[in-house]
Write a protein that binds this ligand. Structure first.
Ligand code: EPU
Length: 418
């Protein structure tokens, strides 16, 4: 199993460019199932979860051409509209094919995702929303089976709680449903907006994406198009924190700074200097010790749960006590025990972590438990005294494109050991 070996203590300098957003590319690939025409997607990040989604599309019957950051999907025939357990168990976002498959073929069979390191993560809200659109749903042998032999019908869909992939799933179903669908309490994430943009380029009629009410006028069929995926705001945020935690002078480029406002506001409060560095780029500098700063994770535009672990790594070294509240997932503090092995002082009480800042972290052998937790351990390793070995980095490969090479180009002493 691959590991990262990191020698801490080098301030990061230079520039790191951000890649395409995994969480935008995943629904975009699923959306390609909605038409028999070819759809070309650019800026597809070559990370493991994308490989899994591509296998799902191929399993369903689509042909894929992958070339240098772009993918062309032709879903002319979908003989197997299903997502098998073997693929779903490695990536929960597989449930994103449920909506498009039932809308396009009138049937879909998707394995129920099992447990997950960060929380239960059920898909009951996806299922209830598709039922509102007229899909008949049955649960059998660990699978959700959806049928709509006479097509879906537009409806009012109210989400009991905000769900990102749930919103995306029902949005993809609604574009081919008959009549109007209104989605209330929709997720407002930039990835939902990017999906709506792609769907409209394919001939759909979606309004209001990026707000909590999305209106869709169903159309009979969609057509092919080309689309470039937005930049990965979580990768951008991770590198901004990398610059700050190493007290470096780093430019992070190729993304939309507005997408990380909740993070940059907190970094500034903590004492990090952040300035614009041209279009789509921020320069991050941190000369002295940071101040304790509390965060509460929220849906967009609040502080992203996908940056909570990385932010915690940073704040373990701040002066004073910081409170970190995780409101999105019930078990997203697995990194605290590993950070504690590196000298951090953290107490977890339910959904809150209380971090008492220390002056130094020390290198240790640590184990990555999920994607963002692994990123936090890498960040801690970059600043820790001595050597850190991060085990199970396959978690990080699910969502970051060669993170060790990008960090090394900015001066980090990090290498992959196979
Ligand atoms: N939830 C339900 N029922 C559902 C759906 C969600 O109870 O049917 C609950 C979840 O258990 C969770 C909350 O609602 O407690 C919000 O979950 P959401 O559905 O918004 O999460 P998701 O769509 O499964 C996406 C990202 C995650 C990110 C979350 C929150 C993708 C592919 N995944 O997951 O990204 O953490 O939104 O922003 O877009 C990551 O990239 O590391 C990652 C986990």
């Amino acid at each position: 199993m691959d590991k990262f070996r990191i020698q801490g203590g080098v301030p990061l300098e230079g520039e790191i460019a951000v890649g395409g957003a995994k969480n935008s590319a995943l629904p975009a690939l699923a959306a390609c199932l909605l038409t028999s025409d070819p759809v070309t997607l650019r800026r597809i990040p070559p990370v493991r979860d994308i490989g899994t989604m591509q296998q799902l599309l191929q399993h369903a019957g689509a042909d894929l051409e992958v070339a240098d950051g772009s993918v062309t999907v032709r879903a002319a025939r979908l003989d197997h509209p299903e997502a098998p357990y073997d693929l779903v168990k490695t990536m929960r976002a597989s449930s994103l094919v449920l909506g498009p498959l039932v809308a396009r073929t009138g049937r879909a069979r998707v394995s129920m995702p099992g447990g997950c390191a960060i929380g239960a993560r059920p898909i009951n809200l996806h299922v209830a929303a598709l039922e509102q659109l007229g899909a008949e749903i049955q649960h059998s042998h660990g699978y959700v089976e959806a049928r709509a032999p006479h097509g879906l019908k537009g409806a009012l869909v109210h989400f009991d709680r905000i769900t990102v992939t749930g919103t995306e799933d029902v949005l993809m179903a609604a574009v081919l449903a008959e009549g109007e669908t209104v989605i209330h309490n929709a997720a407002r994430e930039p990835e939902v907006q990017d999906l709506a943009l792609l769907l409209n380029k394919m001939g759909a009629c979606v309004e209001g994406a990026g707000t909590s009410t999305i209106r869709v006028q169903g159309v009979a069929a969609l057509h092919g198009t080309e689309h470039t995926i937005i930049a990965d705001r979580i990768e951008a945020g991770t590198f901004l924190i990398a610059g700050a935690i190493t007290r470096g002078d780093l430019v992070v480029s190729g993304f939309v700074p507005e997408h990380v406002y909740a993070l940059t506001a907190k970094l500034r409060q903590a004492g990090v200097d952040i300035t614009a560095a041209g279009e789509g780029a921020l320069r991050v500098r941190a000369a002295s010790r940071l101040r304790a700063t509390d965060i509460t994770t929220e849906e967009f535009p609040g502080f992203a749960t996908d940056l909570q672990a990385q932010y915690m790594a940073l704040i373990t070294l701040a002066e004073g006590i910081s409170f970190i509240s995780e409101t999105i997932f019930e078990n997203r503090f697995m990194h605290t025990q590993e950070l504690a092995r590196m000298g951090a002082t953290i107490r977890v009480e339910g959904r809150q972590a209380i971090v008492a800042g220390v002056t130094e972290l020390t290198g240790a052998q640590v184990i990555a438990s999920d994607l963002r937790a692994s990123a936090s351990l890498v960040l801690a390793g970059l600043v820790a005294h001595g050597e850190t070995l991060v085990d199970r980095v396959y978690h990080i490969d699910r969502g970051y494109e060669k993170i060790e090479e990008k960090l090394a180009r900015a001066g980090a002493r990090i290498e992959r050991i196979i």
